[in-house]
Design a protein around this ligand. Structure first.
Ligand code: ZN
Length: 433
């Protein structure tokens, strides 16, 4: 697969830093950001790269050259005038027959591109976008997906108060079918998320969202540049690459994140417990991923459908997002084993391998995020969570005041940590107290 780096932007918000060099030439750790990108692509076996240039394009060209010194083949495509994020690729060679990668030139990243390509192929997608939860979703452009990661639409800022959304921001990295070029006009300024992708969805093309916890940050403002530089120095950029193991805190939902009123099946009944926002923010600023795994038999029982459960999860993500807290992923089990409820959904009334204490959700997360389970935790309020923890090799923590009422499995009883609530459990994990 070939890659295109869109490097024509002016970067007006960067002030005098871009008087003599274009934005992609700004250095991070002594190396221009575009060179970091090229090296990341090459590491993943992507060695044919096209760079689109406009503002001070000569500076890029003379520094990067034809790619020989990197062991790659690099070509250039010059935009005659700035044409937005999409317009610049209109002039790509018409013999481009295969799907190709597009990256914006002002992003510092370290990702496993082959995993992204696998995802794209597995879904037979026309276009795939990399997305990630943002810690400021309220002022970000968001991507709307269904539970199979298929993109339903885009929700650009500003967001109306009192509306709920998935917290998935567009990271600015795509795999495109060459057919996308037909949607781009050659003399108009065009943007992928505003002009091209919504049109593709209208035309019933399949767009998919690939959610990865890897490091991908744009440095479009001086403030962001400074934080990207800090992350690079602390080696966070490299450490978060999926080729490296990550650690995680798995969170049960009802009774840990929100009040458990029993069988929560409408968003009006979803209310965060005190201290949860701060606890999740604490996880977010640590090395741990925050991953929800929740049994939701309300679907099998026919109390709500998948869309209504999604609404509840959107409310959870929005309430957290409004306060700069995020969940890296939510896994749920819609099944339930015993039949005999009025209105139940027969095909979901099965004994599955995802309903805790089974560990299907944990194993999916392990494979999606390359998680080291032995160094990770599960925080739950029921015996099922604790047993799932033991079965999978996670360290379980029980948050419930009265342990006696349910834990009758003697050998397990004394072997796990008990904390009063989520904030105490997170404090114990991260601060050791
Ligand atoms: Zn299940």
């Amino acid at each position: 697969m070939k890659a295109v780096i869109v490097a024509g932007g002016r970067g007006v918000r960067m002030g005098p830093l871009v008087n003599e060099i274009p934005k992609p030439m700004i250095e991070i750790g002594g190396i221009p950001v575009i060179e970091h990108q090229i090296k990341n692509l090459i590491e993943c076996g992507i060695k044919e790269i096209i760079i689109t240039t406009n503002y001070l394009g000569e500076v890029i060209k003379s520094y990067i050259g034809n790619g020989e010194r990197f062991g790659a083949e690099i070509k250039y495509l010059e935009e005659k005038k700035p044409l937005g994020t999409a317009g610049g690729i209109k002039g790509l060679p018409t013999d481009l027959k295969e799907d190709f990668i597009v990256i914006y030139g002002d992003i510092l990243l370290s990702i496993d591109f082959q995993k992204f390509i696998e995802f794209h192929k597995k879904n037979k997608a026309f276009v795939s976008l990399i997305v990630h939860p943002s810690n400021h979703p309220y002022d970000s452009d968001l991507v709307l997906v269904d539970r199979n990661n298929k993109i339903k639409g885009f929700k650009n800022k500003p967001h109306l108060p009192e509306t709920f959304y998935n917290n998935l921001g567009n990271a600015g990295i795509y795999i495109l079918n060459p057919g996308v070029l037909d949607y781009i006009s050659s003399d108009e300024k065009m943007d992928f998320t505003k002009d091209i992708f919504p049109k593709l969805i209208e035309d019933k093309k399949d767009l998919y969202a690939y959610n990865t916890p890897e490091y991908i940050q744009d440095m479009g403002t001086l403030e962001r540049l400074e934080s990207v530089r800090k992350d690079f120095e602390s080696r966070k950029v490299e450490r978060f690459n999926l080729k490296n193991k990550r650690i995680a805190i798995f969170l049960d939902r009802d009774g840990v994140i929100n009040y458990d009123y029993g069988n929560i099946h409408k968003k009006e009944n979803f209310k965060l417990l005190p201290g949860v926002i701060e606890a999740i923010k604490k996880i977010n600023s640590s090395e741990y991923l925050a991953i929800v795994i929740t049994n939701q038999p309300v679907i099998a029982k026919g109390l709500c459908n998948f869309e209504e459960l999604e609404e509840i999860h959107k409310k959870m993500e929005t309430l957290l997002g409004n306060e700069n807290a995020k969940l890296d992923k939510i896994y749920f089990c819609p099944h339930h084993p015993e039949r005999g409820f009025e209105g139940e959904v027969i095909e979901l009334k099965i004994k599955c391998d995802c309903r805790k204490p089974e560990i299907g959700m944990i194993l999916n997360a392990k494979s999606d995020f390359n998680i080291d389970l032995k160094k990770s935790f599960i925080i739950g309020d029921s015996e099922r969570d604790i047993l799932a923890g033991f079965k999978s090799g996670l360290n379980p923590i029980l948050v419930k005041k009265n342990v006696e009422e349910f834990s009758d499995i003697k050998e397990v009883k004394e072997r796990f940590k008990k904390c009063e609530d989520l904030s105490n459990a997170v404090k114990f994990i991260i601060e050791g107290k």
